[in-house]
Design a binder for this molecule. Structure first.
Ligand SMILES: Cc1cc2nc3c(=O)[nH]c(=O)nc-3n(C[C@H](O)[C@H](O)[C@H](O)COP(=O)(O)OP(=O)(O)OC[C@H]3O[C@@H](n4cnc5c(N)ncnc54)[C@H](O)[C@@H]3O)c2cc1C
Length: 443
């Protein structure tokens, strides 16, 4: 089915006062709010069933250790109920033509097999669904049903039927008093007319299994940082109990290995990912907060604590929490097959000594990369990317959120690695630039 939408009356070639944001993470949400609060209509297209992005998966945030969900949830509900923000979740941009003031955008709204206006998110369908599959939101460490909501605060608060795993037993259909489940729903193509576009597609984690010497996916007690975030999260698969995957025991000694897939020319990832030092320190501190007697060591190349209060946070990790820091690139991680403990070999570059240290759990801190779909998206729009695959800014110094196409802007990690405060600031900056396009209509 094809639908054409515009909130303003479409006269031939008259500039559109609507904006499109692609990506519903914290930067895209901020951009949407800032544009909509100025009275413009915003379409927010998100590929997954809910907005929220990576911040929804994170437990606490550095350097204040505020609960991530406590900051994100009010923003989720503000976006979800804003009269001038129209959400297209579980959707993708298929085609973009036109120019500043008058872009025509085709959006594929995938069938989630649920009538969104009827679903209340009560979860009765989830209770009766007999199929359990690994939960990608929990980094596949827990399970979800074939009909599911990715997380409790998911926005919109509606379920999605995962047809790849659904056995069409119709128990969800019968359980739904509102008759919201519709297994015969089909994909829709929606055509939007917008005056400005913001790319806010965020990042993917570097695939740490490319470093076979660290033993990820070979040794059960080698995990990566986003898995760790889910393990220590009270709403995660272990209800916040930080356990080893091999035996469910609480680790007495944890190693954090930094710069996995960052600052490594040999792997084609020369860029510093900017966030890993701080989230690595945060995760080390969280280990101590959970179990103060745990022995915690961070293996690092350099500590780049460049933001406000970051250096103090690093100092507190050492002095108040007793986290150990060893400078050196880890050579390899091997497993003792009897205990499933891990032996980390590293040259301490401050003493020149080669160390072999045994730990119960190893957490790899991966760098980040553009999501693979970004290359396809920028090609559709005709945008340039930089040598690392991120959207290229027209001028990184003077117009950092403008792209090489007028009327198209970028914010957050779609432009390059950055933390939440910087992603939010860029969301606001891109919104400001986009409203200039909407007001001028490309003149
Ligand atoms: C382990 C870890 C811990 C972290 N901890 C902290 C912390 O404590 N404090 C901090 O400040 N920062 C932290 N960060 C960084 C933080 O996650 C980012 O700064 C923030 O998520 C960036 O927001 P964003 O909106 O740019 O991108 P994202 O959060 O990645 O959101 C992008 C959104 O776009 C969607 N999307 C992608 N492609 C498309 C497409 N083609 N079409 C439609 N939608 C699309 C995605 O599904 C996603 O919802 C951490 C990062 C990691 C890896």
């Amino acid at each position: 089915m094809t639908i054409t939408k515009s909130s303003t009356k479409m006269k031939e070639k008259s500039p559109s006062k609507d904006a499109l944001i692609i990506g519903g993470g914290v930067s895209g949400m901020q951009a949407a709010l800032d544009i909509a609060n100025q009275g413009f209509h915003v379409y927010l297209v998100e590929k997954s069933p809910s907005i929220g992005g990576r911040m929804a998966q994170i437990d606490k945030t550095f350097p204040t250790l505020d609960c991530s969900a406590c900051i994100l949830t009010p923003k989720l509900s503000e976006v979800g109920r804003h009269p001038d923000i129209e959400l297209f979740t579980y959707s993708e941009v298929k085609e973009v033509t036109g120019e500043e003031g008058n872009f025509t955008v085709e959006v594929l709204k995938k069938a989630r097999m649920v009538e969104e206006e009827l679903c209340s998110g009560c979860g009765q369908c989830i209770e009766v669904c007999p199929i359990e599959v690994p939960n990608e939101f929990d980094q596949n460490l827990g399970f979800r049903k074939a009909v599911y909501m990715p997380f409790p605060q998911a926005t919109p608060s509606v379920v999605t039927v995962d047809m790849e795993n659904c056995i069409e037993c119709s128990r969800c259909v019968t359980a739904c008093e509102r008759e919201a489940i519709n297994h015969s729903q089909r994909d829709e193509t929606i055509t939007l007319n917008v005056g400005a576009i913001i790319i806010a597609t965020g990042y993917n984690l570097f695939d740490v299994s490319e470093y076979s010497r660290f033993g990820y996916s070979k040794f059960p007690n080698v995990i990566h940082a986003m898995e760790y975030e889910r393990l220590i999260n009270a709403a995660g698969p272990t209800a916040g109990h930080m356990i080893r995957l091999s035996d469910g025991k609480i680790p007495q000694s944890i190693a954090f290995i930094q710069c996995v897939g960052a600052r490594d020319v040999n792997k084609g990832v020369p860029l510093c990912s900017r966030i890993c030092c701080m989230y690595g320190i945060k995760n080390a501190v969280m280990a101590k907060e959970h179990e103060p007697d745990t022995d915690v060591t961070v293996y690092y190349l350099d500590i780049r604590a460049f933001g406000k209060d970051f250096e103090q946070f690093y100092e507190r990790a050492k002095t108040r929490f007793g986290v150990k820091f060893i400078r050196g690139r880890v050579g390899e991680v091997v497993e003792d097959p009897e205990s499933n403990n891990l032996i980390v070999t590293v040259e301490d570059t401050e003493t020149g000594e080669v160390l072999q240290v045994e730990h119960d759990l190893v957490v790899l801190s991966p760098g980040i990369q553009p999501p693979p779909e970004l290359a396809e998206l920028v090609e559709k729009i005709g945008l340039d990317v930089d040598e690392n695959g991120y959207v290229e800014a027209r001028d990184t110094l003077s117009t950092p959120v403008d792209t090489t196409i007028s009327g198209v802007y970028v914010c957050g990690c779609a432009e390059g690695p950055k933390d939440i405060p910087d992603s939010v600031s860029e969301g606001s900056a891109a919104a400001m630039r986009a409203t200039i396009s909407l007001n001028d209509g490309g003149d």
